[in-house]
Every structure is written in structure tokens, then in C-alpha cells.
Design a protein around this ligand. Structure first.
Ligand code: 1VU
Ligand code: MG
Length: 349
């Protein structure tokens, strides 16, 4: 473990100063594209400004034969494109893969000034983040970068899950964590073959009426991911970084996708992955708070005056704690309003 006094010291001579706070930029949707797929790559310039994050994916979902083309494709796109308000992220290959070292050296050297965040898959513990942290510092120093590249871990192994708190706190570069439900389900030996979302077999059943176990009894489907998302959110909040839902694989089921995204939003996530253009509007809708909730939050803020004590509003008690809940909403609305004039108007105090 690094001494607290050294935690914010650069890990290589000439590397940029680590950040003390993760910049609070909107990241409602992290939109995945395969830079080796010409059709998807061609769509990237038009997506700028329509998504908060564009992520050039190099890992799973990119065929092994296309790994080098994907890496080079991302370099070419990044060099040729002005991303304006949209962040550029990448997902590198896993740390035990034959591609990752070249992913990091090429990307940081060639387009390090354009990359905001590097997403690292299958993170198992703090040691994985320490490895990336030092290597990035060396590469940043060599490339003469003045701004540190941040790191985002995917929570997709049982060991990573057990170590989630130490992963979140392993480096000042840590920007956030995403749930990786497909790899995590496989690693845990969960018996679902779906990419995220619920399962009809995971349910609770109403008690028998009058002891009749054969009689009509309602069932209620439960959320397979509740524990995992809640634990991830706590670990992220504890370390001042951001939590995200990951992939929802049933692209056609836009209704269940919205439900899954909203569950994550309500539990504390700030965004999600979008795998297909159809999921972008869903993410925007869900992860931008409802204007009615924002208006309520402003009313509570106004009613609470100096922020202490208790008041009645619409028959409900509001106090110091509920004001804090409302301030979460106000802060998010102000952030989103600043980048999206349409939302800004809807969120006016
Ligand atoms: O109209 P066109 O033919 O010109 O374009 C197609 C298609 O190329 C395009 N498109 C996309 N454009 C930008 N970004 C995307 N992510 C994207 N996906 C598709 O949109 C037009 C319509 O597409 P479609 O409805 O015909 O869909 P396809 O059959 O072409 O593609 C569907 C999949 C799901 C295969 C595609 O969207 C995709 O590969 N998405 C990304 C998947 C990914 O990144 N997976 C890794 C993260 S999930 C994980 O790691 C664990 C599960
Ligand atoms: Mg995965």
C-alpha cells in the first residue's frame, strides 16, 4: 500500500500530476463501437454531441483477427476527429491477453492527448490497477502528456467483486466502475445465459392462500443484479468515483432495457453502456432526471432556508437529510443543463 503522502505523486518522472477529484462530466451513455467495423466507424463523427462518451472497443466483441485493425482504426479516428463536448474512451484487451501491452503503448503514444479514460476489463484486484497506473505514468511521461488519462474498471469476476473497495481506491486515476454482467455471471457460475437483465426463474412466490399450495399464487420476478449494483455503488461512493450499469444484450427489448437502466439510476449509477444506436435515447431519458423531480428538489431547497430543521411540504416532512437527497438531483440537473440547453430549460429553478 502506498503511503497517504505519496498517493498523489506522479508514478514516473515527467508524468502529469494525478487528479485530486474526478472531473464531474456527464457520462450518461458510454457508447461502444468497434473501430475495425467500417460501418460503425463511419458513424462516429455524426455521433459527436449526441452521446456523452464514445468508446472504441478493442476487447470482447472484436474478432481476434481484427484486434490490430481495431487498434489502428481507433488511432486513425481519434487523430482525424474533433470530439468537441464528447469524451473519447477506449476498452483495452484484458491484462493477460497478447494484445494489451501494444494497446497501451500505441494508444497512449499516438492519441494519449485525445483519450479521457481507459476502461480495463476483468479487473481482479488493486494489483491490476497498480500495474496500469505505473505503466500509464511511464507512457504519459514519454509522450509528454500534460493531463493524466483516467482508468475505469469493469466488475466482471467474483474476485473483482470481493475486492471492489480496494479496486476503487487503488489509484487517483480511478474514474469509475461498470458492471459486466455476462462475464461475472459466467465466473460466478450463475445459470443465466442472458447479457444483463432479469430472469423469469429468479422470483418469489406469494404464500398459499388458506394453505392451498396448488392454488393460484402470484409470482414476482426479482432483480438478479441488485446486490452487485448496490455493492458497486457503495464502493464507488466511498472513493468519490462513479458507478455504471454495463451491457444490456437484448437490443430489441427496449422496455426491459429501460427498466434495467432505471434500476441502476435509482440505486446511484450515473450512466450505462449503449451497444446499439437504439439504446442511446433510452439512456438519455433514464439518466437525465425527470424535470418534475428536479422542480420538487428546488422547492425543498427553497423551503429549507439555511438547510437545517424540518418543514412540511405537500403533507410530507422534509429535513436536513431529505434536502441532501434533493441536492443530488439539483447538482445533476445543473451539470446536464450546462451541456444540454433543452434540458437546461426544463430544469430551470
Ligand atoms: O445502417 P447501417 O447498415 O449503415 O449501420 C447499421 C450498423 O452498422 C449500425 N450500428 C452501430 N453504429 C454505431 N455504433 C454501434 N454500436 C452500432 N451498432 C450498430 O447501425 C445500423 C443498424 O444496425 P443493426 O440494427 O442492423 O445492428 P447490427 O446487426 O449491425 O449490429 C448489432 C450488434 C449488436 C452486433 C452491434 O450493434 C454491435 O456490435 N454493437 C456493439 C457490441 C459491443 O460493443 N459489445 C461489447 C460490449 S458487451 C460485453 O463486453 C459483454 C457482453
Ligand atoms: Mg466482459
Amino acid at each position: 500500500m502506498r503511503s497517504a503522502k505519496d498517493f498523489f505523486a506522479p508514478l514516473a518522472v515527467g508524468a502529469p500530476q494525478p487528479v485530486r477529484e474526478v472531473p464531474a462530466r456527464p457520462t450518461r451513455m458510454i457508447h461502444f463501437f468497434d473501430p475495425s467495423n467500417p460501418k460503425m466507424a463511419a458513424k462516429v463523427p455524426d455521433m459527436i454531441g449526441t452521446v456523452d462518451v464514445l468508446l472504441g472497443n478493442l476487447e470482447d466483441a472484436v474478432k481476434a483477427d481484427n484486434k490490430l485493425a481495431a487498434r489502428q482504426g481507433l488511432v486513425d479516428i481519434a487523430k482525424a476527429t474533433d470530439f468537441g463536448p464528447t469524451q473519447l474512451w477506449t476498452r483495452i484487451n484484458a491484462l493477460d491477453s497478447p494484445w494489451v501491452l501494444d494497446d497501451l503503448t500505441t494508444l497512449v503514444t499516438e492519441i494519449g492527448d485525445k483519450l479521457d479514460v481507459i476502461m480495463v476489463p476483468k479487473v481482479q484486484g488493486a494489483e491490476d490497477i497498480h500495474y496500469i497506473d505505473r505503466l500509464l505514468a511511464q507512457l504519459e511521461a514519454k509522450a509528454g502528456l500534460t493531463r493524466p488519462i483516467l482508468v475505469h474498471a469493469i466488475l466482471e469476476t467474483a474476485r473483482g467483486m470481493v475486492n471492489v473497495e480496494e479496486i476503487c481506491g487503488a489509484s487517483p486515476r480511478m474514474q469509475g466502475i461498470s458492471l459486466g454482467p455476462a462475464d461475472l455471471a459466467a465466473d460466478r457460475k450463475m445459470k443465466t445465459t442472458r447479457v444483463g437483465g432479469g430472469h423469469p426463474g429468479y422470483l418469489v412466490r406469494q404464500d398459499p392462500v388458506d394453505g392451498d399450495i396448488q392454488g393460484q399464487r402470484s409470482t414476482y420476478q426479482q432483480d438478479l443484479w441488485h446486490y452487485t449494483v448496490a455493492r458497486m455503488v457503495d464502493a464507488c461512493a466511498m472513493h468519490g468515483i462513479y458507478a455504471y450499469y454495463g451491457p444490456f444484450g437484448d437490443i430489441k427489448d427496449v422496455v426491459a432495457c429501460e427498466d434495467q437502466f432505471r434500476n441502476a439510476f435509482l440505486l446511484g449509477c450515473v450512466g450505462t453502456w449503449t451497444l446499439h444506436p437504439a439504446q442511446i435515447a433510452i439512456a438519455r431519458k433514464v439518466f437525465s432526471p425527470d424535470p418534475a423531480d428536479v422542480a420538487h428538489a428546488y422547492r425543498v431547497k427553497a423551503a429549507m432556508g439555511d438547510g437545517t430543521g424540518a418543514v412540511m411540504l405537500d403533507g410530507k416532512m422534509e429535513d436536513d437529510a431529505s434536502l441532501k437527497q434533493c441536492l443530488v438531483m439539483v447538482e445533476l440537473a445543473q451539470q446536464l443543463g450546462a451541456i444540454d440547453p433543452e434540458l437546461g430549460e426544463q430544469y430551470e429553478a
